[in-house]
Design a protein. Sequence first.
Length: 278
Amino acid sequence: MYVNNQLYQFFIEKTWSLTEEWYTSIDKSNTAGIYATENPSVIELLKQQNYEFHVKFSEVFNKEKEAFLFDFKSWILKVASDPEHTQTPIQFIIKEFHRTQEQYLKLAKLFIERDKDNYSIQEIHQIYHSITVTMNHVIEWFTKEFNKNAEKRLHAQQELILELSTPVIALNRNVALLPLVGEIDTTRAKILLEKTLEECNRLGINVLLLDLSGVVIIDTMVAQQIFQLIDALSLIGVKTHLSGIRPEVAQTAIQLGLKFDKVSVNSTLAKSIKLAYI
């Protein structure tokens, strides 16, 4: 990194003006998310974040690389997880990083031209190189953290969807219903096992009506996990009534050698309900 205290001071003195210049030049007709907002409080937040970025980035001319990156980390982590930024498409965020880089290159050029006789071609190259290389590193770093946060949100949403797709519905103080619909893969089957046991224990029920009439296909792994659930439920004192098993699902269970001696099997949910209330 190219350390130059005069250049650092020159940049620091321009931080707020850089922010105002940057914000007023945003083309709101060709952007989205936080950059297109008209909310005064969000605009103020955006400007503050941009100003803090300038303060952090100016240190590229004042600190060695390791210290510079250490100090920059807090800004990266904070903004990459900021709700307003996470709702902004990444291509627009990268676009603003590049526009900020253009500001820095113009500012560096202005600084050099004021006293160009004191700077060799090599030093001038070092100044421009420090700006572009550091900005590229910051963009890559920010994008990595941004994507990491996006993956966490997606995973949390998927888990929520899976939990909602395995609802244990209390019918009375002793009986609950678990209607399964759609495809059951190994991930959903795992959630099914965990959440069903938790809910049955929380509700304090004695009987669970497990209806599979909405399930068309179950592979061997999932069939085994469903029977593991039935076994686990019996260990906590819950009797399972199984209903709505399609012929192809029954065939899979038989081929696996799965036994139905620990579970009451009925052709329809109505029959399971009737038996549960006898």
